[in-house]
Design a protein around this ligand. Sequence first.
Ligand code: FAD
Ligand code: NAP
Length: 313
Amino acid sequence: MSDTRHTRVLIIGSGPAGYTAAVYSARAMLSPLLIQGLQPGGQLTITTEVENWPGEREIQGPDLMVRMEEHARAMGAEVISDYISSLDLSQRPFVAKADSGMTYTADAVILATGAQARWLGLPSEEKFKGFGVSACATCDGFFYRGKEVVVAGGGNSAVEEALFLTNFATKVTLIHRRDSLRAEKILQQRLFKNPKIEILWNHAIEEVLGTEAPLGVTGVRAKNVHTGETVEVPCDGFFVAIGHEPASELVKDQLELHNGGYVKVEPGTTRTAIPGVFAAGDLTDHVYRQAVTSAGMGCMAALDAERFLSGEE
Ligand code: FAD
Ligand code: NAP
């Protein structure tokens, strides 16, 4: 049996971007292969309710991703449980080597490897993830109407999340480990002016506090990085906003990255600087980072790939 397979379109990643690209490229008769990676279904498989996927007032993240996989398969995409460990984009066909020992060659590649929220790494943070601890205010802010929340971080994301959360929460405490923010000045101005926001400077989160039954957050304990004194800040929700890590490892030496590791595409398209290589979803998006925008970019990538391939024929 040969351990090399060729495909017209290779899709790397099985989040909303990857599965949408698979649906569109299968319907374009390109018989795509989609490699799922270590997290089949992507980031939404680690959340509970999703309330902003159009057409579903509420759906569990893992269920939505199972449905996307079924949809991609039903349209004719081949979905493969494997992990791409190296990708050579220096010549066509492009060559992807997988953990299973398989080598995939492809006329076009759609990169949809997503991004992962950076976490603090505390055991209590892990324990309450999905039960009061979140890394996505757009996704979960709505659950904190009339409640108090804490945001950790000092970059654009943290400030934007804090501002956004004032739409729901009665009080937002931003806890930052230094005495100045790295967020843009205009965002800082908005933050400082907002009466619902309080800032706790020079504090590092030590522990997320909560109840066992039902599992839920009641506050955080933070330590002054200069004096060592600790303080408990009561809250119902704790948002970690200390950055995201785009999964651009495979292409970091082959494609231009920006904004801390996101793959750069030609504006308004999913085209990278290498003809035949397209990028979609959170891997290329440091601004919106939503399931629906990722799916939209997956659609764009499939259409861009189809046009690229048919232009060659
Ligand atoms: P991802 O979902 O990140 O998927 C990336 C895929 O790439 C994974 O399948 C992974 O296995 C694969 N992969 C990575 N490296 C490799 C490799 N080397 N080889 C093969 N495969 C690889 N958005 C909303 O719109 N609504 C919400 O309610 C919402 N809630 C969220 C809750 C949480 C806890 C989190 C973390 C995010 C949430 N988001 C939400 C954001 C949303 O999940 C992302 O915007 C979306 O999943 C991004 O889709 P994607 O397809 O770009 O990548
Ligand atoms: P970021 O700029 O890397 O900021 C991360 C913040 O989290 C920093 O303030 C950092 O503290 C803090 N932090 C990191 N690790 C920590 C830890 N272990 N414990 C406590 N605090 C920690 O990340 P980001 O805000 O997500 O932004 C990422 C990129 O996307 C940036 O280029 C940003 O400009 C861009 N972005 C842009 C927009 C926009 O244009 N509207 C919105 C969001 C993001 P220190 O400051 O002490 O290092």
